[in-house]
Design a protein around this ligand. Structure first.
Ligand code: UT7
Length: 332
């Protein structure tokens, strides 16, 4: 008998309606559409507008779509794992808020904090619960409302990020499909180059921290870029080699959408043509935990049972990783 694997059986996604274009950013900070496009590949990003709206509101829409596609309801869910860097609140976990808003009563939930690699960490964690045999339906979410922690006076960060997220359902699979392998890494020494200075227990919010704009994303872009290019490509290549996958065997690369130049470097190292790479950075920018599930959501109809898919990410922490999935279904 085949080992029980955790397979993705449905994907939902959501991006807010408001489109923040490069042209609008030109009116906010000292930048140009040309600079943003050539240095990052981004043309526009989505922003969640409205008082009292947070990451959970994006996630709820994604999970509702997932329920509808799979024909299940809130009572069927055993566990919700939410990867986010912009939780609704410091506590409780956004997973709990999402469960409450959806009417999920028979499940437990928790958040994962691993910046841009959060969805891979959450997917790998969720798969372990399925593999035990005890849990049958695990919802894994990657979501962020990055606009809530961006300084729209800082042209080096505000042009990159956007809001959005997606969700996948994990269920047991005994046909050999599902999540086959993952390699995850972290190196806390990298925190220096990408972090939020205040609002945690080391530096709680004060008038001063707010005045100093310390509740926003701080990034040393060039350094992060160098680490991202090397580590994302290294780990993706390692997962391919370990699973005896050649470039021809790989159907799709699903890369974290941080910068088109980082994606190109990873693709080149893996020896893949551009047609095999999911790319939507031009429309959504970097949605942090949202990028990978949003790609799966947009490409779902093109995926086929048995496709070999490599997901790869790099982010703040530093965190990075790659996951190999054998896709489990043909979309209707
Ligand atoms: O997802 C989480 C992980 N994050 C990442 O993977 C992000 C990695 N880093 C990057 O993607 C890139 O480093 C950035 C997109 C953030 C920046 O691109 P870069 O090519 O590394 O630019 P740079 O920081 O080296 O800056 C080059 C120049 C500088 O001007 P000078 O000093 O050469 O005169 C910047 O001040 O570009 C300037 N600049 C801008 N100019 C116009 C920086 N931001 C902008 C801007 N518009 N928005």
């Amino acid at each position: 008998m085949q080992k029980i694997r955790a397979a993705i059986t449905a994907v939902g996604g959501y991006v807010p309606d408001y489109v923040l274009t490069n042209a609008e950013l030109e009116t906010i900070v000292d930048t140009t559409d040309e600079w943003i496009q050539t240095r990052t590949g981004i043309l526009e990003r989505r922003i969640l507008k409205g008082e009292g709206k947070g990451s959970s509101d994006i996630a709820v829409e994604a999970v509702k779509e997932l329920f509808q596609k799979r024909g299940i309801g809130p009572d069927d869910v055993d566990l919700i794992i939410c990867a986010t860097t912009t939780p609704d609140m410091q506590f409780p976990a956004t997973a709990n808020v999402i469960a409450d808003k959806l009417g999920v009563k028979n499940a437990f939930g928790f958040d994962i904090s691993a910046a841009c690699s959060g969805f891979l960490y959450a997917l790998t964690t969720g798969s372990q619960f399925i593999e035990t045999g005890k849990y049958k339906k695990v919802v894994v979410i990657g979501v962020d409302k990055m606009s809530s922690i961006l300084n729209y006076e800082d042209r080096t960060t505000c042009i990159i990020f956007g809001d959005g997220g997606g969700a996948v359902l994990l269920e047991p699979n005994d046909e050999g499909n599902g999540i086959i392998d993952s390699e995850l890494h972290s190196d806390g020494a990298g925190r220096e180059f990408l972090h939020q200075k205040a609002g945690g227990s080391v530096k709680p919010a004060t008038m001063e921290t707010v005045m100093n704009k310390e509740h926003y994303v701080y990034q040393e872009g060039k350094t992060v870029f160098k680490f991202a290019v090397k580590n994302m490509a290294d780990v993706a290549e390692k997962v391919m080699t370990r699973n005896n996958l050649t470039a021809d065997d790989v159907s799709w690369l699903v890369p974290h959408q941080a910068n088109k130049r980082i994606i190109d470097a990873t693709r080149e190292r893996m020896g893949l043509p551009e047609e095999k790479v999911m790319l939507n950075i031009q429309r959504y920018g970097n949605t942090t935990n949202g990028t990978l599930p949003l790609c799966l959501w947009e490409w779902e109809k093109q995926l086929h049972k048995g496709d070999n898919i490599i997901l790869a990410a790099f982010g703040g922490g530093f965190t990075w990783g790659a996951t190999y999935i054998k896709w489990a279904y043909d979309s209707k």
